[in-house]
Write a protein that binds this ligand. Sequence first.
Ligand SMILES: [Zn+2]
Length: 235
Amino acid sequence: MSVHSHPGDETLLRHAAGTLPAGPRLLVETHLQGCPACRITLRRFEAVGGALLEAAEPVALASDALARTLARLGPAPTTTGLRAGGARPDHLEAGFAGVATARRGPEGLWLPDGVRLPRPLAARRIGALMPVAPGVRVGRVHVPEDAQSSVFLFQIGPGRAIPRHTHAGTEYTHVICGGFSDPSGHYGPGDLVEADADVDHSPRVDDEGTCVCLAAFEGRPRFHGLLGVVLRPFL
Ligand SMILES: [Zn+2]
């Protein structure tokens, strides 16, 4: 896999600092899995951040600092992680026998032979991919740690376009298989593309094959026409 498009330095810095929201963070982690260059850059940023912390002047903490910090973090998580009450994670519930089965992907997803969902994504609960426009299916990726997140898995047929849309914040797209073009260039497997808030675009998938890609939005995306109506319940 030859990766041509990477997250910007600002995005990797925010990831290193832990300030990138959970949706875009999932896309960056998916990209990092297949991009040694970005893993090296991230390690450098993390090392710089650690060095800055070590160089900072030590400041005496108030005696109740630990208690106040723990209080701000909220109650301790249960032993079952994010899902209290002992419930099984959604991707292991009815219809799925275990992790290996869940990793085949959500209902309605088509992947070519030899292509698997990237590991960070395969661990997530993903809703069934529903048809929302000719040749376009969309499923919501659940990110329970951030209820405001908008992360979607798109499956788009050859020669089809992602319906025209704008967004209130940055849009992140990671290509899992296939490829697409927009006025900024052509993108293929492993590429992560960032589009600024003022971009109003309709990326077009290559004629040769279906494109499966993951998209995260900072701020709600606004789709024009029918897709906006269909996706409203998701958003
Ligand atoms: Zn990269």
